[in-house]
Design a protein around this ligand. Structure first.
Ligand SMILES: [Zn+2]
Length: 112
């Protein structure tokens, strides 16, 4: 039993309509693939995949689209627990967050 489900492109907000099984649980839509997820083509078989690779602007979209791929991610379970993705973008955010400059009263400030 498949149902039409609409998603927005994370880049340009163009709507895409997919025919998919209603029992599959969506997790997120991301502009990059999640590590460990395998993706089906938009007209492929979604059941064995962990998500769908959507190309914005192709036949399933209602509007113009930006032509860039994005990814619908299904919820994945392993041994009854939901798997949390580790997207590349999150790592980049973490890496660029530090190192924090410690406040040190002993640090000499004689650069002038
Ligand atoms: Zn788009």
């Amino acid at each position: 039993m498949s149902v039409p489900v609409r998603y927005y492109c994370p880049r340009c907000k163009t709507i895409v309509t997919l025919q998919r099984a209603g029992r599959l649980a969506d997790k997120s839509v991301t502009p990059v693939p999640l590590e460990g997820w395998s993706y089906a083509d938009i007209d492929g078989d979604y059941e064995p995949a962990d998500g769908v690779r959507i190309v914005c602007g192709e036949s399933q979209t209602d509007g113009e689209g930006c032509g860039e791929p994005y990814y619908l991610n299904f919820v994945r379970f392993e041994a009854g627990r939901e798997i949390e993705p580790v997207p590349e973008s999150e790592r980049v955010t973490l890496a660029s967050d530090g190192p924090r400059r410690p406040s040190s009263p002993d640090e000499p400030d004689q650069s002038l």
